[in-house]
Design a binder for this molecule. Structure first.
Ligand code: SAM
Length: 487
């Protein structure tokens, strides 16, 4: 049976921006979501999905541009999966992010909020990332004005980012504005070297090829780590000359870029791109680069997690510390708190707060991250920290708390999914004076806060923008225990 064609809506005025960064309009009381339009635009929209209460679609024509529209700064805007909000002036991006926090906490969590502090914008709105991963592809994205039949195999190769929603299509990037140089120079050099030396680019569908991904990591102190990831065609068993080809590329790279502090390579024969379960082989230079925050040094190895916007990470941690100090000021004089940092990653928040605490306790799922956390404690001569690896809902229980001391303050920084209900329950029973909840997803944060608000009231909310030109943000909420007599 032929499917009924969905309607084409004409002259729709975009009203606002909703969660997940989608533009929003109302059609006879039904909400319409479209990507890549901004408030004030008048657009024609092809509807692709109709559900009870809402519709989704895509813009077929920009009828009248919004008066707020600005010229996107990147030549890849519209195709590349990143930086989708470039047409929106930065102050408006911040305004919609702030609104998103308030909407989610009120609508989903139905929470009583104090005044939400104005979002802390990022001073750097370009070159703010300290890590980028580029993908090699033997079948790059072909534009409508290119004749694909006339392109040679080499001309079909590209290095860059995945097209939004397409795992096997990579946009060949000429310049990315997200990371400081030499990020573009490095990528273009490896690309041209591979083309000149007939090193094959990865075929994502067939899963073979020599050059696969390129990871560039930088620090605010100016250090640089480069990780070249090869596919299974670069294994010695696949090609007797593979080692020579690998070292040819890596030697050329380190000669051209003597500023590389740490050069690694990885052979990834797997179906997915993560290198966390693979050997990273140090080819040249130091085994790690170091990030600095106030007097602290954090070691960053090829697999280490570190917040991707270093400057805003510092502001985020400073807010957490400000809330912790405020909590301590309410405790009896001289009391040194036990602070738990749950979902600690490589222990950065725990170590940042350690000077305020009798003891900091970090828990994290990834064992390698916990090894880094212990190492970071050692490098910084911090002796009042302990770190444990494991699943939060398994590890955090009454016995753990008995052994490690009841927390006075708990910092939570979970992944987008938020915390497990069992974890919320343990926290309610452990009853710390304050909980400082850092989240990259205000929707799940709102859900979790609603559970915790049985015994806690929200005393501060501070959104922070870590990712300009995207809809992503961080939000820090301070919860203070409601006194028994007030319940
Ligand atoms: C948003 S990151 C927090 C990073 C850290 N606070 C920082 O600032 O660098 C969330 C962390 O939670 C960890 N994680 C995810 N699920 C977990 C679980 N079930 N139990 C423990 N840790 C988990 C992830 O591995 C990740 O390191």
């Amino acid at each position: 049976m032929a499917r009924k064609k969905k309607p084409l809506l004409q002259n729709i005025t975009i009203e606002s921006i909703a969660a997940e960064g989608k533009a929003l309009a109302h059609i006879d009381g039904t909400v319409l979501f479209v990507p890549q339009a901004i408030p004030g635009d008048v657009v024609d929209v092809q509807v692709t999905r109709i559900r009870r209460g809402y519709m989704e679609g895509y813009v077929t024509r920009l009828v009248t541009p919004s008066p707020h529209r600005i010229e996107p700064f990147c030549c890849h805007f519209g195709r590349c999966g990143g930086c989708k909000w470039q047409a929106l002036p930065y102050p408006m991006q911040l305004q919609y992010k702030q609104q998103q926090v308030v909407d989610q906490l009120v609508r989903i969590g139905r929470l009583d909020l104090p005044e939400v502090s104005p979002i802390l914008g990022s001073e750097k709105t370009v070159e703010y990332r300290n890590k980028l991963e580029y993908t090699f592809s033997s079948r790059r994205w072909i534009f409508a004005d290119e004749e694909s039949e006339s392109l040679s195999d080499k001309e079909l190769c590209g290095v860059g980012f995945h097209i939004s929603g397409m795992f096997d299509k990579v946009l060949d990037i000429t310049k990315c504005h997200l990371q400081r140089e030499p990020t573009n120079a490095l990528r273009l050099f490896v690309r041209d070297y591979a083309l000149d030396h007939n090193l094959s680019f990865y075929d994502i569908r067939a899963q073979h090829g020599f050059t696969r991904t390129l990871i560039v990591r930088t620090t605010s102190t100016g250090e640089l780590m480069v990780i070249v990831v090869f596919g299974k065609d670069a294994e010695d068993s696949a090609d007797p000359d593979a080692a020579g080809k690998r070292s040819g590329l890596l030697d050329a790279l380190s000669q051209r870029f003597p500023e590389i502090n740490s050069l690694y390579y990885v052979i990834n024969p797997k179906g997915n791109d993560t290198i966390n379960d693979l050997d990273c082989i140090l080819y040249k230079g130091e085994d790690a680069i170091y990030e600095q925050m106030e007097g602290l040094r954090f070691k960053i190895g090829p697999k280490s997690f570190y917040q991707t916007n270093s400057e805003q990470a510092y502001r985020l941690y400073s807010i957490v510390r400000e809330y912790a100090r405020e909590a301590i000021s309410q405790m009896p004089e001289g009391h040194k708190p036990v602070i738990y940092d749950l979902y600690t990653g490589t222990g950065t928040i725990a170590l940042f707060l350690s000077s305020l605490a009798l003891k900091v306790v970090g828990i994290e799922y990834v064992p390698e991250a916990i090894e880094d956390a212990k190492l970071n404690a050692k490098i910084n001569s911090i002796e009042n920290s302990v770190f444990f690896a494991g699943d939060m809902k398994e590890i955090l229980n009454a016995e753990f708390i008995l052994q490690n001391g009841a927390p006075d303050i708990v910092v939570l920084d979970p992944p987008r999914a938020g915390i497990h209900p069992d974890v919320a329950q343990v926290l309610l029973e452990a009853s710390p004076n304050d909980i400082i909840y850092v989240s990259c997803n205000p929707a799940t944060q709102a859900r979790d806060l609603a559970i915790l608000s049985k015994r806690y009231r929200i005393t501060a909310v501070q959104p922070i923008d870590m990712f300009p030109h995207t809809h992503h943000l961080e939000n820090v909420v301070n919860l203070t225990k409601i006194k028994e007599e007030c319940r």
